[in-house]
Design a protein around this ligand. Structure first.
Ligand code: PLP
Length: 366
């Protein structure tokens, strides 16, 4: 049995060091905010080549808080892909703003920057591109466009910790970038967690206040915020794991290269192409197949774990019916939902595992 993700193998590698780090926090009784969290925020900001990192409760809150701190509110529009995890849209909706969806470029998992430009209206307040699957999107033209139009650029980097783009890592290009530390992400906590990176000091300050009940100091409340603080226990785990992230991302890239080599030229199957600017860190390895459901059944029968990321594009989810987009509104995203299938991908996969998965896939195509 080869699972999609096996966190037990990661535990075998770094679990004891994480336990030791968590024990130190527990012995000090320092469970909310404090030195361990501040240490992680410094480490993570430095890792992302950003000036500031603010630890929050989860990736969804990171998106909501970043947009809200940038002034996104009722009446505003935020342009974002139809092909993403629902949390991207929820961040916009929770601000009272409207997600304006754009479709993927033909045959691609990501919208072209021209699609963002075409979606601009006088109400557009921000672009929210998603580094989906671990591939950095083409940030330079979006950055240029946002600067020219005077709107904010927020990166949803929840699947792309450490992904390099044009000599700088994701998380340093936007006015803010949002990360999730959901356990199976490239950098995962032992529970929920998230962070926002930014180079803007005043934004960082506002985010620290917002995540803590609007409070810069005890019992002073400047605005209505929420409780969305990253736990020091999680920060301790993340401080340990961050040391391994570059190596783990390299391992993911190696597995992807081997998959690509072993899955060449199979009828009906498309392996994910890296964009010309590179930098993919393979949070997942999504193949496309015209007979996707049958392929998934075949792989499960062979003991290969797979997941569909995602069974529905955002605009066809019941939660977003109110946007009024029916089937056919975003055909590329809808085609992804019918064709994608994620194969096992995590750093601790062995060459033997990847070969076994590839053999099982080839067994279906033959
Ligand atoms: C995981 C994820 C999120 C949400 O993160 P949580 O920590 O689960 O709230 C947001 N956007 C994308 C693209 C994600 O993959």
């Amino acid at each position: 049995m080869i699972p999609l993700v096996d966190l037990k193998r990661e535990y075998a590698e770094v679990g004891p060091a994480c336990l030791e780090a968590a024990r130190r926090v527990a012995e000090q009784g320092a469970f909310i905010l404090g030195a361990e969290l501040e240490r992680f925020e410094r480490n993570f900001a430095e890792y992302c080549e950003a000036q500031h990192a603010i630890g929050v409760g989860n990736g969804g809150d990171a998106l909501y808080l970043a947009l809200r701190a940038l002034g996104v509110g009722p009446g505003d529009e935020v342009v974002t892909p139809a092909w993403t995890f629902v949390a991207t849209l929820d961040g916009i909706t929770r601000c009272g703003a409207k997600p304006v969806l754009v479709d993927n470029a033909p045959g691609s998992f990501w919208p072209a920057s021209e699609a963002y430009e075409r979606a601009l209206t006088p109400r557009t307040r921000a672009f929210l591109p998603v580094h989906l699957y671990g591939q950095p999107v083409d940030l330079a033209p979006l950055r240029e466009l946002c600067d020219r139009k005077g709107i904010a650029l927020v990166e949803d980097a929840a699947q792309a910790h450490g992904a390099p783009y044009r000599g700088k890592t994701v998380g340093s290009w936007g006015d803010a970038a949002c990360f999730s530390f959901y356990p199976a992400k490239n950098l995962g906590a032992w529970g929920d967690g998230g962070a926002i990176t930014t180079n803007r000091a005043e934004l960082a300050e506002r985010l620290r206040v917002l995540r803590n009940y609007g409070s810069p100091q005890k019992y002073v409340h400047l605005e209505v915020g929420l409780n969305s603080r990253l736990d020091p226990l999680q920060a301790a785990v993340l401080n340990v794991k961050l040391e391994h992230l570059d190596r783990w991302n390299q391992l993911r890239r190696g597995h992807a290269a081997l998959y690509r080599e072993l899955l060449q030229a199979l009828p009906g199957l498309t392996v994910p192409k890296e964009q010309p600017w590179g930098g993919h860190v393979y949070h997942v390895f999504p193949v496309r197949h015209t007979e996707r459901d049958a392929l998934q059944q075949h792989l499960h029968a062979q003991g290969v774990g797979t997941v569909i990321h995602y069974p529905s594009p955002a605009h066809l989810l019941p939660a977003y019916k109110h946007l009024g987009h029916g089937p056919g509104a975003f055909p590329e995203a809808e085609r992804c939902a019918k064709e994608v299938l994620s194969l096992p991908m995590f750093p601790q996969l062995t060459r033997d595992d990847v070969e076994q998965v590839a053999t099982a896939v080839r067994g279906f195509s033959a």
